[in-house]
Design a protein around this ligand. Sequence first.
Ligand code: HEC
Length: 214
Amino acid sequence: MFKSHRAVVFAGALAVAVVASAAAMGGERYGLGQTASPELIAGWDIDVRPDGQGLPTGQGTAAGGETIFVEQCASCHGEFGEAVGRYPVLIGGGDSLASPDPVKTVGSYWPYASTLWDYIHRAMPFGDAQSLSVDETYAITAYVLYLNDLVAEDFVLDRNSLPKVVMPNRDGFIAEDPRPDTPAAEPCVSDCKTEAKVMFKAKRLDVTPERESD
Ligand code: HEC
């Protein structure tokens, strides 16, 4: 039911802003918009955090998720997450992150399993977002984790077990620079950089297409 309300809430939010500014200017009201009820807010409030906060009650296993994945995801991501054409690959890439050609996948790169649940629930299948039930999302998430050798086929994924799944790159994201030789400095606002040092060639990073004349 929430999905059908989204456009209304968004229009409502815009209307509230318009009314508020109009009211501030002339003291008039146009009677537009509607009060955002807890039910309407709940339709937007679907984010899931690394500690599991936001995960709904429900469950699923990779064994249960396989069929749904094959039906709803494999046409783009491949039956085993290997990807079809240029759609994103969902498996592999382990040990490639520090190489010149990192392969960033759910398995190699994503630090938290909660992001996988949130992303699938929020955005997939592409073109039919938010059509999956909670249990289907748990089952498919378990299947993608299983494809990455992170859980067993019969591992029951739910709001308690999901935050405990340790992703390989969990410690690869550093919030604070821990190096002792780089003390936190006052941010510079003028005349800051005196010399520029070339760190990489764009060609090496493969971001710039080559020209015949080069
Ligand atoms: C019609 C093609 C299509 C289908 C079907 C599809 N996806 Fe996707 N998927 C995409 C595209 C395109 C992206 C990249 C979207 C972007 O980056 O904005 C994506 C991204 C993803 C990602 C993030 C990958 C990454 O590393 O960034 C995951 C996970 C994912 N899809 C899972 C699923 C699951 C699970 C299903 C089935 C329920 C599904 N997809 C169905 C096309 C599809």
